[in-house]
Design a protein around this ligand. Structure first.
Ligand code: C2O
Ligand code: CU
Length: 479
């Protein structure tokens, strides 16, 4: 059966496709992969997924372990992840463990920290995950294609002391992987756009269908009176996702894995691609209620992407107390005064002012850059990886001023480190959040700082994956 290519229906399932989605719980059960002393196989391969309800066609995807998103990997902070990548794809690949302050050799950055893994080849990833929090893993080779085809999954590093169940903490938690797919009317992945310059030079691959945990119109079962922790992850290529839950107070408790002092986010929490947000909601609707989870699809056009489905069970007694914060991470104080100062100036893209940039070590004009599909630049270089953008010594604080001189928003990700957001456009950030990916809008100047405590070669790139491929990538070295 083909899908009516009505934009509204497509943008969301829930209202228009509602009837066909009235199936039992569509929530994919988490299949925790506990890493002990042995390696667990992580096999990316072509398969099919039932993104829509059962009366629709399947979608050919590439998936880890046969499912989109891939299997949830769960461990405690300080434990090891041991995963054997076995490449079942028709292309080279590698896995990046996004946000983990990882051993450099395990970072999965093809061309910088490891060679690509050929079809049929294997690579053993073996590393300690030092910090509790919500993380994820994804392909880091042709990621603009491989992530769009489905190659990502959650990586949950549990709190050292169990937090769930403590006075004021949540009573339960759910992982909520948010994705955006560009599909054709027959539910197959739109392949014609892969590598297309217009997409690369504009906002990146923006989809026409939203999934939550790999399903359109997911139903998330809840019970009245629960205090629920939702681990939200944006695993899309390029879509910025403002998320809101109808009629529920939302409290933010962590960003990109880092605990924050609980604060209100009922108006919406914004996740740029690769960002995570842990939120807590009190489920105070009546038994049997159905509550939409909504996403702003652009210009304040909120669409339903999933439903909290209240069971008919009797309401649990309410928590009286304020939300208990997650244990704060112990961090070195940053030496801002003595910091090494660096600048990252972003240029390029459609309607941008980029006229020249360096590519393969040679200064090129815009026609040559367009011909090579390198239409964005960091500090005048369109994605060359032969030289680092800067070098620093271990233990030094790096103060990075990020200037977005383009006409588009960008989410900048730093590998192997967590940074503090100091200011935006000269105004001190009131929260000083710690993150691994930061959103910058056009004409914005964002100052961040981090302790370069992890030796090795680390990528720094835009996580709109088409922008990364088209020049928004660089690296730095910690000696
Ligand atoms: Cu999740 Cu280099 O990225
Ligand atoms: Cu970008």
């Amino acid at each position: 059966m083909s899908i009516l290519f009505d934009r509204r229906a497509f943008l969301l399932g829930a209202s228009t496709l509602g009837a066909s989605l009235a199936t039992p719980s569509l929530l994919r059960a988490a299949t925790p992969t506990v890493s002990g002393d042995r390696f667990v196989e992580l096999r990316p391969a072509p398969t099919t997924a039932q993104l829509f309800g059962p009366s629709y066609g399947t979608t050919d995807v590439w998936a880890y372990g046969g499912s989109v998103p891939g299997p949830e990997i769960r461990l405690k902070a300080g434990e090891r992840v041991r995963q054997r990548l076995v490449n079942g794809l028709p292309q080279n690949t590698a896995v990046h463990w996004h946000g983990i302050r990882i051993d450099n050799a395990m970072d999965g950055a093809v061309g910088l920290t490891q060679d690509p893994v050929k079809p049929g080849g294997t690579f053993d990833y073996d590393f300690v995950a030092p910090d509790p929090g919500t993380y994820w893993y994804h392909s880091h080779d042709r990621s603009w294609e491989q992530v769009a085809r489905g190659l990502s999954g959650p990586l949950i590093v549990e709190d050292i002391e169990p937090w769930i169940g403590l006075e004021g903490a949540a009573t339960r938690e759910l992982t909520v992987a948010l994705d955006d797919w560009l599909l054709r009317p027959d539910a197959k992945i739109e392949e014609a756009n892969f590598g297309a310059l217009p997409e690369w030079a504009h906002a990146g691959r923006i989809g026409n269908v939203f999934t939550v945990n790999g399903k359109i119109g997911s139903e998330l079962p809840v019970r009245a009176g629960e205090r629920l922790r939702l681990r939200l992850l944006n695993v899309s290529n390029a879509r910025i996702m403002p998320i809101r839950i109808e009629g529920h107070n939302v409290k933010l408790i962590a960003l990109d894995g880092h605990p924050v002092a609980p604060r209100d986010a009922s108006d919406g929490v914004v996740l740029t691609p690769a960002q995570r947000a842990d939120i807590v909601i009190d489920c105070l609707s009546k038994p049997g209620a159905r509550v939409p989870v909504m996403l702003d699809a652009g210009r304040d056009q909120w669409v339903d992407i999933a439903t909290l489905v209240y069971s008919n069970e009797q309401r649990l007694p309410d928590w009286e107390s304020d939300i208990r914060p997650l244990p704060m991470s112990m961090l070195h104080a940053l030496d801002i005064d003595g910091a090494q100062r660096e600048t990252l100036t972003m240029e390029g893209g459609a309607m941008g002012s980029l006229t020249r940039a360096r590519l393969n070590g040679v200064d090129r004009d815009i026609e040559e850059l367009v011909a090579a599909k390198r239409v964005w630049a960091f500090n005048g270089v369109a994605g060359d990886l032969d030289e680092p953008i800067f070098r620093t010594q271990r233990g030094r604080t790096v103060h990075l001023t990020i200037r977005n001189t383009t006409g588009f928003p960008h989410g900048i990700h730093v590998h192997g480190h967590h940074f503090t957001i100091l200011s935006r456009n000269g105004v001190t950030d009131p929260h000083r959040d710690r993150r691994d990916t930061v959103l910058t809008v056009r004409d914005e100047v964002v100052e961040i700082a981090f302790e370069a405590d992890n030796p090795g070669k680390w990528l720094l790139h835009c996580h709109m994956l088409e922008h990364q491929a088209a020049g928004m990538v660089a690296w730095f070295e910690v000696g």
